[in-house]
Design a protein around this ligand. Structure first.
Ligand SMILES: Cc1ncc(COP(=O)(O)O)c(C=O)c1O
Length: 398
Protein backbone atom coordinates (compact mmCIF):
# COMPACT_ATOMS: atom_id res chain seq x y z
CA UNK A 1 0.00 0.00 0.00
CA UNK A 2 1.54 3.32 -1.04
CA UNK A 3 0.88 6.14 1.39
CA UNK A 4 1.59 9.47 -0.38
CA UNK A 5 2.01 12.17 2.22
CA UNK A 6 2.04 15.50 0.45
CA UNK A 7 0.23 16.71 -2.63
CA UNK A 8 1.56 19.77 -4.39
CA UNK A 9 0.39 19.61 -7.99
CA UNK A 10 -2.98 21.44 -7.89
CA UNK A 11 -3.36 24.92 -9.30
CA UNK A 12 -5.54 26.38 -6.55
CA UNK A 13 -5.29 25.95 -2.81
CA UNK A 14 -8.92 24.87 -2.63
CA UNK A 15 -8.32 22.13 -5.26
CA UNK A 16 -5.17 21.02 -3.48
CA UNK A 17 -7.04 20.61 -0.19
CA UNK A 18 -10.04 18.89 -1.75
CA UNK A 19 -8.06 16.42 -3.85
CA UNK A 20 -5.18 15.75 -1.46
CA UNK A 21 -4.47 11.99 -1.52
CA UNK A 22 -2.81 11.98 1.89
CA UNK A 23 -5.89 13.53 3.51
CA UNK A 24 -8.19 11.10 1.69
CA UNK A 25 -6.07 8.20 2.83
CA UNK A 26 -6.03 9.43 6.41
CA UNK A 27 -9.80 9.82 6.44
CA UNK A 28 -10.21 6.34 4.94
CA UNK A 29 -7.90 4.53 7.33
CA UNK A 30 -8.28 7.04 10.19
CA UNK A 31 -5.12 6.24 12.12
CA UNK A 32 -5.10 9.80 13.56
CA UNK A 33 -7.40 12.27 15.35
CA UNK A 34 -9.44 9.61 17.12
CA UNK A 35 -12.42 10.86 19.11
CA UNK A 36 -11.91 9.67 22.67
CA UNK A 37 -15.14 9.66 24.66
CA UNK A 38 -13.52 9.66 28.09
CA UNK A 39 -10.23 9.33 29.92
CA UNK A 40 -9.21 8.21 33.39
CA UNK A 41 -5.44 8.04 33.93
CA UNK A 42 -3.94 5.64 31.38
CA UNK A 43 -7.36 4.36 30.24
CA UNK A 44 -9.24 6.01 27.39
CA UNK A 45 -12.67 5.19 25.97
CA UNK A 46 -12.82 4.85 22.20
CA UNK A 47 -15.92 3.65 20.32
CA UNK A 48 -17.49 2.58 23.62
CA UNK A 49 -14.48 0.44 24.52
CA UNK A 50 -11.86 1.01 27.24
CA UNK A 51 -8.31 0.99 25.90
CA UNK A 52 -4.85 1.39 27.38
CA UNK A 53 -3.33 4.69 26.33
CA UNK A 54 0.21 4.00 25.17
CA UNK A 55 0.63 7.08 23.01
CA UNK A 56 0.45 10.04 25.38
CA UNK A 57 3.38 11.78 27.05
CA UNK A 58 1.99 11.80 30.59
CA UNK A 59 5.33 10.34 31.64
CA UNK A 60 4.85 10.72 35.38
CA UNK A 61 1.14 9.91 35.30
CA UNK A 62 0.23 13.21 36.97
CA UNK A 63 -2.69 14.29 34.79
CA UNK A 64 -5.21 12.93 37.32
CA UNK A 65 -3.15 13.52 40.48
CA UNK A 66 -5.50 15.03 43.13
CA UNK A 67 -3.13 17.92 43.94
CA UNK A 68 -2.83 18.77 40.25
CA UNK A 69 -6.60 18.78 39.72
CA UNK A 70 -7.21 20.82 42.86
CA UNK A 71 -4.59 23.44 41.88
CA UNK A 72 -6.10 23.84 38.41
CA UNK A 73 -9.65 24.23 39.75
CA UNK A 74 -8.62 26.76 42.43
CA UNK A 75 -6.69 28.88 39.92
CA UNK A 76 -9.61 28.88 37.50
CA UNK A 77 -11.88 30.26 40.22
CA UNK A 78 -9.33 32.84 41.39
CA UNK A 79 -8.08 34.18 38.03
CA UNK A 80 -10.81 33.29 35.57
CA UNK A 81 -10.54 31.27 32.41
CA UNK A 82 -7.90 33.19 30.46
CA UNK A 83 -5.62 36.25 30.58
CA UNK A 84 -7.13 37.00 27.12
CA UNK A 85 -4.08 38.64 25.68
CA UNK A 86 -0.34 39.02 25.51
CA UNK A 87 1.68 39.98 28.56
CA UNK A 88 3.44 42.82 26.76
CA UNK A 89 0.13 44.66 26.55
CA UNK A 90 -2.20 43.43 29.27
CA UNK A 91 0.38 42.45 31.81
CA UNK A 92 1.90 39.44 33.47
CA UNK A 93 -0.02 37.77 36.26
CA UNK A 94 1.42 36.67 39.59
CA UNK A 95 1.02 33.03 38.53
CA UNK A 96 3.18 33.58 35.43
CA UNK A 97 5.97 35.09 37.45
CA UNK A 98 5.79 32.49 40.23
CA UNK A 99 5.92 29.59 37.78
CA UNK A 100 8.80 31.16 35.85
CA UNK A 101 10.81 31.65 39.03
CA UNK A 102 10.10 28.11 40.14
CA UNK A 103 11.05 26.60 36.78
CA UNK A 104 14.24 28.67 36.55
CA UNK A 105 15.31 27.56 40.04
CA UNK A 106 14.49 23.93 39.29
CA UNK A 107 16.43 23.99 36.02
CA UNK A 108 19.40 25.82 37.52
CA UNK A 109 19.00 28.89 35.31
CA UNK A 110 18.64 32.58 36.23
CA UNK A 111 15.37 33.24 34.45
CA UNK A 112 12.57 31.71 32.44
CA UNK A 113 9.70 32.73 30.18
CA UNK A 114 6.59 30.59 29.73
CA UNK A 115 4.40 30.41 26.62
CA UNK A 116 0.94 28.99 25.96
CA UNK A 117 2.41 26.06 23.95
CA UNK A 118 5.65 24.11 24.03
CA UNK A 119 5.80 24.55 20.27
CA UNK A 120 5.94 28.34 20.72
CA UNK A 121 8.63 28.11 23.39
CA UNK A 122 10.94 25.90 21.36
CA UNK A 123 10.34 27.83 18.14
CA UNK A 124 11.06 31.12 19.98
CA UNK A 125 14.06 29.64 21.75
CA UNK A 126 15.71 29.45 18.33
CA UNK A 127 14.05 32.21 16.25
CA UNK A 128 14.50 34.99 18.79
CA UNK A 129 18.25 34.49 19.16
CA UNK A 130 19.57 33.65 15.68
CA UNK A 131 19.45 36.06 12.76
CA UNK A 132 20.38 36.46 9.09
CA UNK A 133 24.10 35.86 8.60
CA UNK A 134 24.35 33.44 11.54
CA UNK A 135 24.83 29.71 11.11
CA UNK A 136 22.66 27.16 12.88
CA UNK A 137 24.03 23.65 13.33
CA UNK A 138 21.06 21.35 13.78
CA UNK A 139 20.81 17.64 14.50
CA UNK A 140 18.97 16.31 11.45
CA UNK A 141 16.28 14.63 13.60
CA UNK A 142 15.07 17.66 15.57
CA UNK A 143 11.37 18.41 16.05
CA UNK A 144 9.27 20.41 13.61
CA UNK A 145 9.01 23.39 16.00
CA UNK A 146 12.78 23.80 15.95
CA UNK A 147 12.89 23.66 12.15
CA UNK A 148 10.19 26.35 12.10
CA UNK A 149 12.26 28.45 14.50
CA UNK A 150 15.32 28.02 12.27
CA UNK A 151 13.37 29.06 9.16
CA UNK A 152 11.94 32.13 10.88
CA UNK A 153 15.35 33.22 12.12
CA UNK A 154 16.61 33.61 8.50
CA UNK A 155 19.95 32.16 9.57
CA UNK A 156 21.81 29.64 7.39
CA UNK A 157 21.23 26.06 8.51
CA UNK A 158 23.69 23.17 8.42
CA UNK A 159 22.44 19.70 9.42
CA UNK A 160 24.71 17.19 11.13
CA UNK A 161 24.13 13.43 11.51
CA UNK A 162 21.82 12.46 14.31
CA UNK A 163 23.55 12.67 17.69
CA UNK A 164 26.98 12.65 16.08
CA UNK A 165 29.48 14.99 17.74
CA UNK A 166 32.23 14.17 15.22
CA UNK A 167 30.01 15.23 12.33
CA UNK A 168 28.97 18.39 14.20
CA UNK A 169 32.67 19.23 14.64
CA UNK A 170 33.38 18.58 10.95
CA UNK A 171 30.47 20.76 9.82
CA UNK A 172 31.33 23.56 12.26
CA UNK A 173 34.95 23.55 11.12
CA UNK A 174 33.85 24.12 7.52
CA UNK A 175 31.99 27.37 8.41
CA UNK A 176 33.47 30.90 8.49
CA UNK A 177 35.34 31.21 11.78
CA UNK A 178 34.03 34.68 12.58
CA UNK A 179 30.30 33.99 11.95
CA UNK A 180 27.98 33.70 14.94
CA UNK A 181 26.84 30.10 15.42
CA UNK A 182 24.11 28.24 17.25
CA UNK A 183 23.76 24.52 17.96
CA UNK A 184 20.22 23.14 18.21
CA UNK A 185 19.61 19.68 19.68
CA UNK A 186 17.02 17.83 21.72
CA UNK A 187 17.73 16.23 25.09
CA UNK A 188 15.61 13.16 24.38
CA UNK A 189 14.45 12.53 20.81
CA UNK A 190 10.73 11.89 20.97
CA UNK A 191 10.52 9.41 18.09
CA UNK A 192 13.72 7.49 18.74
CA UNK A 193 13.90 7.75 22.54
CA UNK A 194 17.63 8.52 22.21
CA UNK A 195 19.40 10.62 24.81
CA UNK A 196 21.57 13.33 23.27
CA UNK A 197 25.32 12.84 23.61
CA UNK A 198 25.50 16.21 25.33
CA UNK A 199 29.09 15.83 26.59
CA UNK A 200 30.36 15.21 23.05
CA UNK A 201 28.08 17.72 21.36
CA UNK A 202 28.83 20.52 23.82
CA UNK A 203 32.56 19.87 23.61
CA UNK A 204 32.40 20.16 19.79
CA UNK A 205 30.13 23.23 19.80
CA UNK A 206 32.29 24.86 22.49
CA UNK A 207 35.33 24.73 20.16
CA UNK A 208 33.36 26.99 17.79
CA UNK A 209 31.77 29.31 20.40
CA UNK A 210 28.27 28.12 19.51
CA UNK A 211 25.26 29.40 21.41
CA UNK A 212 23.67 26.14 22.60
CA UNK A 213 19.90 25.57 22.48
CA UNK A 214 18.52 22.39 24.03
CA UNK A 215 14.89 21.36 23.53
CA UNK A 216 14.25 19.11 26.51
CA UNK A 217 10.53 18.51 26.01
CA UNK A 218 10.99 14.76 26.56
CA UNK A 219 13.93 14.83 29.00
CA UNK A 220 12.34 17.25 31.45
CA UNK A 221 10.68 15.36 34.32
CA UNK A 222 12.28 12.14 33.08
CA UNK A 223 16.07 12.48 33.38
CA UNK A 224 18.34 14.15 35.92
CA UNK A 225 17.90 14.78 39.63
CA UNK A 226 14.15 14.79 40.43
CA UNK A 227 13.56 15.13 36.66
CA UNK A 228 15.61 18.30 36.09
CA UNK A 229 16.30 17.09 32.59
CA UNK A 230 19.06 16.04 30.22
CA UNK A 231 21.54 18.83 31.00
CA UNK A 232 21.30 18.00 34.69
CA UNK A 233 21.60 14.27 33.92
CA UNK A 234 25.08 14.98 32.50
CA UNK A 235 25.95 17.74 35.01
CA UNK A 236 26.20 20.21 32.09
CA UNK A 237 23.50 22.77 32.86
CA UNK A 238 26.05 25.62 32.84
CA UNK A 239 27.19 24.77 29.31
CA UNK A 240 23.71 25.00 27.78
CA UNK A 241 22.66 28.59 27.02
CA UNK A 242 18.96 27.97 26.47
CA UNK A 243 16.89 25.10 27.83
CA UNK A 244 13.44 25.10 26.27
CA UNK A 245 10.70 22.54 26.58
CA UNK A 246 7.09 21.68 27.01
CA UNK A 247 4.79 21.47 30.01
CA UNK A 248 2.41 19.14 28.16
CA UNK A 249 4.38 16.01 28.93
CA UNK A 250 5.83 15.23 32.39
CA UNK A 251 4.11 18.31 33.88
CA UNK A 252 0.69 17.14 32.68
CA UNK A 253 -0.35 20.66 31.65
CA UNK A 254 -0.01 22.64 28.44
CA UNK A 255 2.44 25.40 27.56
CA UNK A 256 6.19 25.61 27.38
CA UNK A 257 9.24 27.36 28.79
CA UNK A 258 12.50 28.97 27.72
CA UNK A 259 15.13 29.22 30.46
CA UNK A 260 18.60 30.78 30.50
CA UNK A 261 20.61 33.75 31.76
CA UNK A 262 18.47 36.76 32.65
CA UNK A 263 19.94 38.75 29.75
CA UNK A 264 18.85 36.04 27.30
CA UNK A 265 15.30 35.91 28.64
CA UNK A 266 14.96 39.71 28.54
CA UNK A 267 16.31 39.62 24.95
CA UNK A 268 13.65 37.02 24.12
CA UNK A 269 10.97 39.29 25.59
CA UNK A 270 12.27 42.17 23.47
CA UNK A 271 12.82 40.35 20.15
CA UNK A 272 10.77 37.14 20.17
CA UNK A 273 7.65 37.82 18.10
CA UNK A 274 5.93 34.70 19.45
CA UNK A 275 6.71 35.81 22.96
CA UNK A 276 5.53 39.37 22.39
CA UNK A 277 2.42 38.89 20.28
CA UNK A 278 0.76 35.74 21.58
CA UNK A 279 -1.69 35.40 24.48
CA UNK A 280 -0.15 34.11 27.67
CA UNK A 281 -0.75 30.86 29.53
CA UNK A 282 -4.02 30.54 31.43
CA UNK A 283 -4.04 30.40 35.23
CA UNK A 284 -5.41 26.87 35.43
CA UNK A 285 -2.68 25.46 33.18
CA UNK A 286 0.02 27.41 35.03
CA UNK A 287 -1.30 26.13 38.36
CA UNK A 288 -1.36 22.56 37.07
CA UNK A 289 2.28 22.84 35.93
CA UNK A 290 3.27 24.45 39.21
CA UNK A 291 1.61 21.70 41.28
CA UNK A 292 3.25 19.03 39.11
CA UNK A 293 6.62 20.71 39.59
CA UNK A 294 6.12 20.51 43.37
CA UNK A 295 5.22 16.83 43.06
CA UNK A 296 8.44 16.15 41.13
CA UNK A 297 10.34 17.45 44.14
CA UNK A 298 8.29 15.88 46.93
CA UNK A 299 7.05 12.53 45.55
CA UNK A 300 9.99 10.65 44.01
CA UNK A 301 7.90 7.50 43.60
CA UNK A 302 6.48 8.69 40.25
CA UNK A 303 9.90 8.99 38.61
CA UNK A 304 10.98 5.67 40.14
CA UNK A 305 7.86 3.94 38.84
CA UNK A 306 8.35 5.48 35.39
CA UNK A 307 11.80 3.93 35.10
CA UNK A 308 10.68 0.57 36.53
CA UNK A 309 7.90 0.46 33.92
CA UNK A 310 10.25 1.60 31.15
CA UNK A 311 12.83 -1.10 31.88
CA UNK A 312 10.17 -3.80 32.04
CA UNK A 313 8.45 -2.63 28.86
CA UNK A 314 11.64 -2.28 26.81
CA UNK A 315 12.89 -5.70 27.93
CA UNK A 316 9.53 -7.23 26.95
CA UNK A 317 9.68 -5.69 23.45
CA UNK A 318 13.24 -6.87 22.97
CA UNK A 319 12.36 -10.39 24.15
CA UNK A 320 9.75 -10.45 21.36
CA UNK A 321 12.47 -9.53 18.88
CA UNK A 322 10.95 -6.10 18.18
CA UNK A 323 13.21 -3.24 17.11
CA UNK A 324 13.13 -0.37 19.64
CA UNK A 325 15.69 1.74 17.70
CA UNK A 326 18.00 1.67 20.73
CA UNK A 327 15.59 3.74 22.84
CA UNK A 328 16.98 4.47 26.30
CA UNK A 329 13.97 6.33 27.65
CA UNK A 330 10.18 6.03 28.18
CA UNK A 331 9.63 7.20 24.58
CA UNK A 332 9.92 3.82 22.88
CA UNK A 333 9.41 3.31 19.13
CA UNK A 334 8.58 -0.08 17.69
CA UNK A 335 10.22 0.15 14.28
CA UNK A 336 8.36 -1.83 11.65
CA UNK A 337 10.10 -0.34 8.62
CA UNK A 338 7.27 -0.48 6.11
CA UNK A 339 4.07 1.57 6.01
CA UNK A 340 1.63 -1.23 5.25
CA UNK A 341 3.02 -3.47 8.01
CA UNK A 342 3.13 -0.54 10.44
CA UNK A 343 -0.55 0.03 9.75
CA UNK A 344 -1.37 -3.67 10.29
CA UNK A 345 0.66 -3.68 13.53
CA UNK A 346 -1.08 -0.56 14.79
CA UNK A 347 -4.50 -2.03 13.97
CA UNK A 348 -3.70 -5.33 15.70
CA UNK A 349 -2.74 -3.42 18.87
CA UNK A 350 -6.00 -1.51 18.67
CA UNK A 351 -7.91 -4.75 18.32
CA UNK A 352 -6.26 -5.93 21.56
CA UNK A 353 -7.21 -2.76 23.41
CA UNK A 354 -3.91 -0.85 23.19
CA UNK A 355 -3.93 2.64 21.70
CA UNK A 356 -0.71 3.77 19.99
CA UNK A 357 0.21 6.12 17.17
CA UNK A 358 1.68 5.17 13.83
CA UNK A 359 4.47 7.41 12.59
CA UNK A 360 5.46 7.16 8.95
CA UNK A 361 7.89 8.91 6.60
CA UNK A 362 8.42 11.86 6.22
CA UNK A 363 7.77 12.20 9.98
CA UNK A 364 10.45 9.51 10.38
CA UNK A 365 13.34 8.64 8.01
CA UNK A 366 12.40 6.37 5.06
CA UNK A 367 12.37 2.70 6.07
CA UNK A 368 11.80 3.58 9.72
CA UNK A 369 7.99 3.57 9.71
CA UNK A 370 7.12 2.86 13.30
CA UNK A 371 4.62 2.64 16.12
CA UNK A 372 5.40 5.36 18.61
CA UNK A 373 4.73 4.36 22.20
CA UNK A 374 5.37 6.12 25.49
CA UNK A 375 5.39 4.57 28.91
CA UNK A 376 3.91 6.29 31.94
CA UNK A 377 4.38 5.88 35.66
CA UNK A 378 0.59 5.47 35.60
CA UNK A 379 0.67 2.14 33.73
CA UNK A 380 -0.21 -0.69 36.12
CA UNK A 381 1.37 -4.14 36.12
CA UNK A 382 -1.88 -5.57 34.73
CA UNK A 383 -1.78 -3.04 31.88
CA UNK A 384 1.83 -3.89 31.11
CA UNK A 385 0.83 -7.58 30.92
CA UNK A 386 -1.99 -6.73 28.51
CA UNK A 387 0.39 -4.61 26.42
CA UNK A 388 2.84 -7.54 26.24
CA UNK A 389 0.10 -9.87 24.96
CA UNK A 390 -1.02 -7.27 22.43
CA UNK A 391 2.54 -6.77 21.14
CA UNK A 392 3.04 -10.51 20.68
CA UNK A 393 -0.29 -10.70 18.80
CA UNK A 394 0.54 -7.68 16.60
CA UNK A 395 3.95 -9.09 15.74
CA UNK A 396 2.29 -12.26 14.44
CA UNK A 397 -0.37 -10.33 12.52
CA UNK A 398 1.80 -7.68 10.85
C1 LIG B 1 10.79 17.75 21.02
C2 LIG B 1 9.53 18.54 21.12
N1 LIG B 1 9.60 19.86 21.29
C3 LIG B 1 8.51 20.61 21.39
C4 LIG B 1 7.25 20.06 21.32
C5 LIG B 1 6.03 20.95 21.40
O1 LIG B 1 5.40 20.82 22.63
P1 LIG B 1 3.82 21.01 22.77
O2 LIG B 1 3.17 19.81 22.17
O3 LIG B 1 3.62 21.08 24.24
O4 LIG B 1 3.43 22.25 22.06
C6 LIG B 1 7.12 18.69 21.16
C7 LIG B 1 5.78 18.08 21.08
O5 LIG B 1 5.57 16.93 20.98
C8 LIG B 1 8.30 17.90 21.07
O6 LIG B 1 8.22 16.57 20.90
Amino acid sequence: MALPFFSRGSSTIADRCKSDPATKLRLRYAPYYHAMQAQQGTTVRLKDRDMIMLASNDYLGLSFHPKVLEAGQAALRKWGSSPTGARVSNGSRAYHIELEEKLAAFLGKEACHIHAAGYLSCLSGVAAFAQKGDFILADKNIHSCLWDGIRLSSAEVERFSHNNAADLRAVATSLPANAAKMMVVEGVYSMEGHIADLPGLLAASGEHQCFNVLDDAHGFGVLGRQGRGTADHFGLTDKVDIICGSMSKALASTGGFVAGDRDYIEYLRTHGKHTIFSASLSASQAAVASAALDILQTEPEHLERLWTNTRRYTAMLQSLGLDTWGSETPAVPVVIGDKARAYAFWQALLEKGVFTVMSIAPAVPPGKDLIRTAISAGHTDAQLDQIAEAMAYAKKRA
